[in-house]
Design a protein around this ligand. Sequence first.
Ligand code: FAD
Ligand code: HEM
Length: 393
Amino acid sequence: MLSDKTIAIVKSTVPLLAEAGTVVTEHFYNRMFSHNPELQDIFNMANQRSGRQQFALFNALAAYAQNIDNLAVLKEALARINHKHASMHILPEHYPIVGGHLIGTLKELIPAQFTPEVEYAWREAYALLADICITEEAALYAHSKNNHGGWSGTRQFIIAKKQAESELVTSFTLVPVDGKAVITHKPGQYLGIKVKPTDAQYSEIRQYSISQQSNGENYRISVKKELVPAAGIVSNYLHSLDEGSVVELYPPAGDFFLRANNKPVVLISAGVGQTPMLAMLQTLLSDTTNQTVTYLHACENTQQHSFSQFLVEQAAAHTRLNHYTWFNQGGEEAEFTGLMNVSAVAKQLPLGEGDFYICGPTGFMAAIKQQLLALDVDAARIHYEVFGPHQDI
Ligand SMILES: Cc1cc2nc3c(=O)[nH]c(=O)nc-3n(C[C@H](O)[C@H](O)[C@H](O)COP(=O)(O)OP(=O)(O)OC[C@H]3O[C@@H](n4cnc5c(N)ncnc54)[C@H](O)[C@@H]3O)c2cc1C
Ligand code: HEM
């Protein structure tokens, strides 16, 4: 428990953090990576360069300081962080390193305001937050290790099959080298994959949503090639690997998954955002309920339309599945042309009771959320996944 005094001091420093802006987190990362260069093997250095992770950490710290007397409001945000941390095997011993650099940063950047009294309050507050994270992450690690097919840290998997799904996306079926079972994942969850691409300075960890339902034997991920020059460190490296190559995986994690509540479900994706939807779709269609499933997907053109054959087959086999596709560039096969417009199929959707799951670029997800809200879908029934550090939409 924090004292009233500590709470008051930490809350009073929120404006200081806001004024310093991302300068604080930039300084923090520079400091941490120069003192602890080994952490560059854990952090996504491309996110560092693009500033996306700086923004995420800064937001988390500001939200924490702001809500220090009511941490319940941060429950969801913390769960998301804990799952992301678990997918990279962040351990208790990492917390004092990060905490030390955080305090050091504030001391160096705002020495006049960061008095010994303020420092003491921040140390106490950080220790509490670290404890919460360590406890939650320990529970996730225990689950991954102690359940059938589970493991701790990295485990070697062989690329048993590579399957081109479209012009940009290729699926990889990953089978454990030890030939044993793999732990069940919830449909929508992702894997942390650790590789050291040829010529790369550091090991790299990235998350990829599992693109099939759980089968106890293997996982499948479907990866989009990055076309931005000098980017695509991991995705393009994976595309370059042959069947038979070995990669390292952390156990499944993630708080974006299908709720088992027997309600009708609407899955909405754009581009490679299809991947968690496929796991959800397969799971839904193999369950014993008779709930309707609607799948709306948007993609650039037919060449970039992954899993089209699979969807046609599923719709033929299951009358409770309806699916609609928007092709931005139109074309002969286009059912809908241009950007996705949910109201075009609104009559077919369970607007008043269904659960809506969205995955795709953040601009796409924000637009779809607005469309759903305009159709009176309750915000609490809209769930989404960002393929990068989380952003509110
Ligand atoms: C929960 C989750 C699930 C995901 N699931 C999938 C999935 O199923 N399939 C999939 O394909 N991807 C998925 N991703 C994304 C994936 O983790 C990677 O982010 C993606 O493959 C790109 O990684 P990379 O190493 O290939 O590219 P990176 O080299 O990391 O580059 C990524 C982006 O960073 C930016 N960037 C890189 N270098 C610079 C620079 N110097 N300056 C400015 N900007 C730069 C560019 O915008 C570039 O496009 C998921 C991500 C998350 C968080
Ligand atoms: C209490 C302290 C911490 C807070 C508040 C915090 C907060 C965050 C947040 C908000 C994210 C982004 C989550 C998302 O993807 O949406 C994140 C990701 C991450 N965190 Fe932490 N974190 C803490 C401690 C640590 C520690 C101790 C480490 C280990 C060195 C660590 C390593 C990482 C890494 C590697 C990522 C992913 C970054 C990326 O891939 O770009 N964090 N954290």
